[in-house]
Design a protein around this ligand. Structure first.
Ligand code: HEC
Length: 294
């Protein structure tokens, strides 16, 4: 009996350190998925300096309003408006969920992204923590790429009230003053962009017809150090057209490993940090979608 119990304990421990989500964490994501809307007021504190107050309102499908004293990111589900309050200018682009998935907003990304935990592992319950007068349950995790973090879940509503992250993705602590999961969808008016006196700024154009030469400039700087014919980490060599073609499905960036590993909330590549810029990601996407020609 004893040895069976021990074995079972080992098995659970083994699993616990892999990918299985503690049930409290799983419930946090289920509660977010199940909500019709979400409102959070939170502060972001960066160890590199500075604190910022942000409020967010989420609605489905793909509607959000993320606002700080310096910026507003608003998606009505079709268009993403980004207002720079200091410059009093805004840009318009196709709606993408990226602003709801970045490091600042990640704790609540499960509202939109049912795979929000796919790059996380090594979950460990750390017990109760008193944070600003509230008793929260801490769950530590590892992020693919080497960063670590903790979610702080509020047992009264089963949703995270904050999270912290350490590593190359930036050291930060996020704590909410209030988190409200809504049973009724927020009014569509909340997601209507009102430019006021702000001037529209055209986003920097990204050539639709991207050439392989443009892409090889990017891979030379960002990938080839670890992925070349002599040293092909993960069996991948990005330093030739032939090598790159093996991780590309022409015309279909969404199914291409090249695009998948550099995009999303926690991109796996370039390994060791230094996320690709939105322009680089867009160029790679356009190159693949326009046929990934040589
Ligand atoms: C600092 C080294 C390093 C850099 C820079 C780097 N990689 Fe990787 N890459 C690795 C290692 C190590 C692996 C294998 C193990 C793993 O997946 O972590 C890998 C695996 C991969 C894989 C295959 C596994 C998978 O996750 O699908 C792809 C595709 C890939 N890298 C693409 C890229 C691209 C594209 C870039 C440039 C934007 C890049 N890598 C930059 C180290 C690196």
């Amino acid at each position: 009996m004893k040895s069976v119990a021990l074995l079972a304990a080992f098995a659970t421990l083994g699993l616990g350190l892999q990918n299985s989500l503690p049930s409290t964490v799983d419930n946090h994501f289920k509660n977010l998925q199940g909500a019709k809307g979400l409102k959070v007021e939170f502060s972001v504190m960066r160890l590199s300096g500075g604190a910022e107050k942000i409020s967010l309102t989420y609605g489905k499908p793909n509607m959000f309003k993320i606002e700080s004293p310096s910026m507003l990111k608003l998606s009505d589900g079709k268009t993403l408006f980004t207002l720079d309050k200091k410059k009093n200018t805004y840009t318009e682009g196709a709606a993408v969920l990226a602003p709801a998935m970045d490091a600042d907003t990640w704790a609540w990304s499960g509202f939109f992204d049912e795979k929000a935990t796919k790059d996380l592992s090594g979950w460990q319950a750390k017990g109760k923590k008193q944070i600003r007068g509230t008793s929260l349950e801490e769950f530590a995790f590892k992020i693919a790429g080497g960063d670590t973090g903790s979610l702080y879940i509020d047992p009264t509503n089963g949703i995270a009230k904050g999270y912290s992250r350490n590593g190359k993705g930036g050291d930060l602590i996020i704590i909410a003053n209030s988190v409200t999961a809504m049973k009724v969808a927020p009014d569509a008016k909340e997601f209507t962009f009102v430019p006021g006196t702000a001037k529209k700024e055209e986003p920097k154009p990204v050539a639709a017809d991207v050439l392989y030469a443009d892409i090889s400039t990017i891979t030379t700087q960002r990938c080839n150090g670890c992925h070349n014919s002599g040293n092909s980490k993960g069996g991948v060599a990005t330093d030739s057209f032939a090598g790159l073609s093996r991780i590309v499905k022409p015309g279909d960036s969404a199914s291409s490993n090249f695009y998948k590993v550099i995009s999303g909330p926690n991109p796996r590549m370039p390994k060791g940090g230094g996320k690709m810029t939105p322009e680089e990601i867009e160029m790679i996407k356009n190159w693949i979608d326009s046929g990934a020609k040589q």
